[in-house]
Design a protein around this ligand. Structure first.
Ligand SMILES: [Zn+2]
Length: 240
């Protein structure tokens, strides 16, 4: 598949956000667009996976990332950590970072402020209890932030982070090439990649396309002279 090195090397990271996110202008301005998008050090690219941990798929990602010598950030769902605690601990033991994706995968605008705080805080507690780590980052389901979520994250000491590029790997018609193409099309130095290590909110088996695309994506990043890694090492641009 034609990989555009120019896109990867071309200046600052492309800021590519879902329409639902870009509609939230005031929230973006309050947090800082670069910070919210996960734009970090220009010598690095952050690799992130959402919706796990899942006993059916996440272990394949752990093994592959070990082979590739890459650490990533996994934005986990509290209910998945409760269901697959050993896999969550395996992620930490393999050196990966745990971020919070909430307890349930429901759009935040459907919830009130109390329910939003409870959802994020319950997931954070679950991660602390099961994994013994203190998460730093929060990513809302569907990338849709609300003022309640922003306030809740702040209260819990979590920084909200979305992404600069994604693999659109949740779709049933996504395949290895489409995931790779979609990620690289909008990837630049300092970018943050969104992928999924579980199909619990996606088309069944869609994680296989993601898994197949990861080696090429990592190669492209390294061939461009950039270092793939977790958000904790990404030195995210702070609010202006
Ligand atoms: Zn998700």
């Amino acid at each position: 598949m034609p990989f555009s090195r120019r896109a990867l090397l071309g200046g600052a990271a492309a800021l590519y956000l879902a329409p639902a996110v870009s509609a939230l202008g005031p929230v973006r301005r309050a947090v800082g667009l670069d910070s919210l998008s996960g734009v970090g050090s220009p010598s690095r690219v952050a690799v992130t996976f959402d919706d796990g941990p899942d006993v059916d798929s996440t272990p394949y990602f752990i093994r592959l990332l070990e082979e590739l010598d890459v650490r990533a950030t996994f934005f986990v769902l509290g209910r998945m950590v409760q269901r697959h605690p050993a896999v969550a601990r395996d992620l930490v033991n393999a050196g990966h970072e745990i971020g919070i994706h909430g307890w349930d995968h429901r759009p935040l605008p459907l919830r009130g402020p109390v329910a939003t705080l409870n959802d994020i805080s319950r997931a954070t507690e679950q991660v602390r209890e099961v994994c013994g780590v203190e998460p730093q980052f929060y990513r809302p389901p569907y990338g849709v932030l609300s003022w309640s979520a922003l306030g809740s994250a702040h209260r819990l000491g979590l920084s909200p982070v979305l992404w600069t590029t994604w693999g659109r790997d949740w779709r049933s018609r996504a395949d290895v090439d489409s995931v790779e193409n979609d990620v690289l099309r909008h990837l630049g130095p300092g970018g943050t990649i969104l992928l999924h290590d579980s199909d619990c909110t996606s088309a069944s088996g869609s994680w296989r396309a993601t898994l197949g695309a990861v080696p090429q994506i990592i190669s492209a990043i390294r061939n461009a002279g950039l270092e793939p890694g977790p958000l904790r090492e990404h030195d995210i641009v702070s609010r202006a």
